[in-house]
Design a protein around this ligand. Sequence first.
Ligand SMILES: [Zn+2]
Length: 398
Amino acid sequence: MHQGVTPQNTPRHALLTCIVLMLATTMVQGSLATTNTAYNLIDRCAATDDLVFDGQAANASVQWQVDLGPRLPGSEVSASFRETITNDLTALGYEVSQQTHQRYGMNLTNVFAKWSPNGTSTGQLVLSAHYDSRNIADQDDNESNRSLPVPGANDAASGVAILLELSKHIPSMGLNHDVILFFNDGEDQDQQYTLGAEAWAENLTEEEVASTHAFILLDMVGDADLQLHNVSPGNDTLKSRLVELATDLGMVNGTVACDGTGGEDIVQYETLVGVLDDHVHAHDLGIPSIDIMDTSYGEAKPYTFGSYWHTMEDTPDKVSAESLSAVGRLVELGLRTYAFVEFTEDDDAANDVPDETEPLNEAADDGPKGSKTLAAFAAVGLFSILMLILVVEWKGKR
Ligand SMILES: [Zn+2]
């Protein structure tokens, strides 16, 4: 994903990347229609007993990916990565395929691993992470590091590691829909972002779009100091459900988990952050989408995703098995409870609009409903303008 503007950036770049909106909201007030979807009927707490995600195994995968070297598009390392995961996923029963695309002189290769149920499938659920690591550590404090490729432990390897660990368990979940594990390429190269996901989205048929339940993106999800933020754009129903799942698992401050313990302050959906990431392409096609992401990696650093982001400090020691386990269990619980596939019409209509936005660090408005509505309209307008600028700038660069 990208984001993160330093004041010395050119205005053009600033416009393209300025979406660090960093707004606090009274988040997703979750007016979920309580219809009899599988999700609403399932005993989620009982399902938490079934979770088998192994954070240590995911952590080992992060180390393995970093040890391979920079996973730059078109490189031998990239090919080696694909060969290994293709063999592993094929052995697990997945149908693995690749799509190649030329973009900005890069040879991009998206990898898809498809699992299908034995009986009739109700459609497909896409889980995605980018596997390319950034070619330049342009946010590094040390100027001589800025032309080097980042290790990419959190920014790349963490999301992939969770998908690979989940892949071992998906076949035995008894799901009634296809699961596509989409390892996308070219998310984070130079000033070009989300190219693989964009190419994928461009090539989807209307039928494929219609049969896609949701697009779930994992990006920067291994930070040892894990804080998952409310990323915009995204689908409100998915966000509401994610918070519910996180509450069950003890990841929401001030709540009580299924096991009776108090929640940790991990899922912080009161903090809304605008991010241009792979999920925007699916989102733009009307596919319910969510970006599960920690936007604060390391110390806070203005206009960036933290002091380790896009630096040589993005190393495996900054990532933990515990964090990978927390996110892995969250997604696993979502899979097992059909949280990502059952949508009512009301849910679909509830698309991505913050109820209210305010500058970060200001207290949430407890004012009358009318002012909240006005604030919401203002927020929608502001967000729309920013997104429009983004699209214009982005297209202009192609
Ligand atoms: Zn990145």
